[in-house]
Design a protein around this ligand. Structure first.
Ligand SMILES: [Zn+2]
Length: 428
């Protein structure tokens, strides 16, 4: 659908007039330390932002018992009480256009060592056109763009001529169960857009790896360090288990195992030793250690196959005489996520690409991602085409995470145009 040049100019002017408000909205969102288990106040805040659009707002619980049989479900880490997802639905007066879902997650990963940050992670600061703070890029800027795109249309007296959903969900960073619950509770849209940050150049995700989280607990045999040889050091045994996973990582990155879309990507399958805990006393041989691993899954394999690989690696380690009888146990919590291909020929991708070009003069390249998004749920389990593209962000999950504010506004312009082109418009 073509948008007449006058309407396009009016939409861009409206986005420009909302820039200060958008930047303030982003700063407000970053001030919420919405890490796992702490998303409640941020969810309530977003529910108010959605309500201010005049949309009907729903709170959607994540019920692990109801989701447990779903192939996209991941084993939870904590209770879902007090962390209901937020969705809003715009219902047009008329009808006929194609419906759309604008999805975002509002959970953020932990800030890491706060003393490494130039400014505090949850006290947003703007420097040289970038807003710094945990979650600024991943992906609160995208959430702001979703909201402001609707606002901009309103400002020029337009509303989408088809149903438009806004979704803001929890646990994108550890299970995806928030997205799964929300997707299942809402009507199936004709397309989904998720403004996740890109790889450092303008891009739309063409694929993403899967991820499995595994936890290995090692029980050693405690002893005083005087008779250290009589003990079994649980931490050293855990490090031997990690070494086996690093061998597995090398094996999984061999060229013949890499899907054609990921050829040329440096080391696409990553095994991350994310957490280590263990030991009791500097002068005692540690009796217990626990490691948390994140294991990537290449396109073409499944999370279930990877799970069996992990079970085999741990069983082989347990039988290794070098571990001298250390007891290993394996548990699951967090991602059990399949990899996903996104349909680059889908009409929503074509419309988004065209609107991005109109809004920025640039073009979206295709990007095979070595991390994952909530996009897989819609693509794999709902059959809904997904376009994942977003603002330019730097050091997401790292220290001094930031987003370029001009790129957030560019994505807002793109989304406003895309909504108009995809859904059609009616008088607000
Ligand atoms: Zn994200």
């Amino acid at each position: 659908m073509e948008i007449d040049p006058g309407a396009k100019r009016a939409i861009f002017d409206a986005v420009a007039s909302l820039e200060a408000e958008a930047e303030a909205m982003l700063a407000d969102l970053v001030r919420f330390p919405s890490t796992l288990g702490n998303e409640g106040p941020c969810l309530d805040h977003v529910a108010r932002l959605f309500a201010a659009l005049g949309a009907e707002v729903r709170r959607i619980p994540t019920d692990p018992e109801a989701l447990a049989g779903h192939p996209g479900f991941s084993p939870p880490l904590i209770s879902y009480a007090g962390r209901d997802n937020v969705a809003a639905l715009h219902v047009p007066r008329g009808g006929g256009g194609r419906s759309l879902c604008l999805q975002a997650h509002l959970d953020v990963v932990p800030e890491g060592a706060a003393e490494l940050w130039t400014s505090l992670p949850f006290e947003p600061q703007i420097r040289e056109g970038r807003l710094y703070g945990r979650g600024a890029g991943d992906m609160k800027a995208g959430l702001v763009s979703n909201i402001m795109a609707i606002r901009a249309l309103r400002l020029v007296g337009l509303a989408p001529a088809a149903p438009v959903q806004l979704q803001a969900v929890v646990e994108e960073e550890c299970t995806g169960n928030g997205a799964l619950a929300t997707m299942l509770a809402m009507p199936k849209p004709d397309a989904v857009i998720i403004p996740e940050p890109g790889p450092g150049f303008p891009a739309v995700y063409s694929a993403e790896v899967g991820v499995v989280w595994a936890w290995v607990t090692v029980l050693g045999r405690p002893a005083h360090v005087r008779e250290m040889q009589a003990g079994v050091n649980a931490i050293e045994a855990a490090m031997a288990v990690v070494a086996r996973f690093k061998d597995y990582e090398n094996e999984m990155n061999r060229a013949e195992r890499i899907h054609p879309l990921f050829r040329g990507v440096n080391h696409p399958v990553n095994v991350n030793l994310g957490t280590v805990e263990g030991g009791e006393w500097n002068s005692s041989v540690p009796s217990r250690a626990r490691i948390g691993l994140r294991i990537g899954v290449m396109v073409g394999r499944t999370a279930a196959e990877t799970r069996r690989d992990i079970e085999r690696i741990v069983a082989e380690a347990a039988a290794d005489p070098a571990l001298r009888g250390a007891r290993l146990s394996l548990s699951w919590g967090g991602f059990m996520a399949d990899p996903c291909l996104f349909d680059m020929d889908a009409p929503i991708v074509a419309v988004a690409r065209a609107c991005y070009a109109e809004a920025t003069g640039g073009s979206l390249r295709s990007y095979p991602a070595t991390g994952l998004t909530d996009g897989r749920f819609f693509a794999l389990y709902q059959g809904t085409p997904v376009a994942v593209f977003g603002p330019e962000a730097d050091r997401i999950h790292g220290i001094d995470e930031s987003v370029r504010l001009s790129s957030m506004h560019a994505i807002t312009r793109t989304l406003a145009l895309t909504i108009a082109a995809w859904c059609g418009t009616e008088r607000a």
